[in-house]
Write a protein that binds this ligand. Structure first.
Ligand code: HEM
Length: 195
């Protein structure tokens, strides 16, 4: 995890905590809001539906489901050539064929799951994110798996896919949890949008 996004996310959590603790006039401290990871199921161990015989934290499983739905929506729009699709960005990944493609999509899924889990309160070592910084990951010069730089419109499109994927996995748009997830996504717009 590189510096910029880590700082942005820490600032977000700090401000959320400060805001919560100052919101009372009386002497009773207000309860600190649970992390997004906790609200998505946290450290409760459940059977991993994709890996027979293995257990997984519910928080990580929730993120993995949202990440995989997001990737599915992006790929479906590319395949149907839907307006505004992200073909140019994901071309290097999708140009890979056969088992290689499965491996690389799986790697992206795993890295994204680590990234979101690690940065929203998932402290289990399995959630540790060790990939590129958000600026480097989204610049084709430093990450050849990224086809082209993203504009603000591309970013908003991507956020829409994550939102739809969250909806499809039980996080409704009119909830505080959804708003908090969108705030995390928005905190990363600056390093990721590079054109
Ligand atoms: C909240 C927004 C986003 C987050 C948190 C995010 C996160 C990530 C992460 C963690 C990686 C893996 C980096 C690595 O393996 O070292 C990645 C790679 C990538 N992202 Fe994003 N991303 C976001 C937005 C976008 C947008 C807007 C696009 C395109 C329009 C995009 C396209 C890609 C592509 C093509 C890769 C390369 C695949 C790879 O390296 O495995 N991402 N992103």
């Amino acid at each position: 995890m590189k510096n910029y996004s880590k700082i942005a996310l820490s600032a977000l959590f700090l401000s959320a905590a400060v805001f919560t603790s100052c919101s009372n006039d009386d002497e009773t401290p207000a309860p600190v809001k649970a992390s997004i990871y906790e609200r998505l199921g946290g450290t409760k161990m459940v059977a991993d539906p994709d890996n027979s015989g293995q257990m997984i934290e519910q928080g990580r499983l929730s993120f993995r489901k949202v990440v995989n739905s997001t990737i599915g929506l992006i790929v479906a729009d590319i395949q149907s050539n839907a307006s505004g699709n992200l073909q140019a960005h994901f071309a290097p990944l999708l140009a890979e064929t056969g088992t290689t493609q499965a491996t690389n999509i799986a790697k992206l899924s795993d890295n994204l799951t680590d990234f979101f889990s690690f940065n929203t309160g998932g402290t289990n070592a399995v959630n540790t994110y060790s990939g590129l910084s958000m600026a480097a990951a989204h610049n084709p010069a430093t990450n050849p798996r990224m086809g082209t730089k993203s504009s603000n419109a591309d970013y908003t499109k991507f956020e829409g896919y994550v939102g739809a994927a969250a909806n499809a996995n039980g996080v409704a748009s009119n909830t505080e949890l959804y708003t908090d997830i969108v705030a995390v996504l928005e905190s990363l717009r600056t390093p990721i949008v590079q054109k």
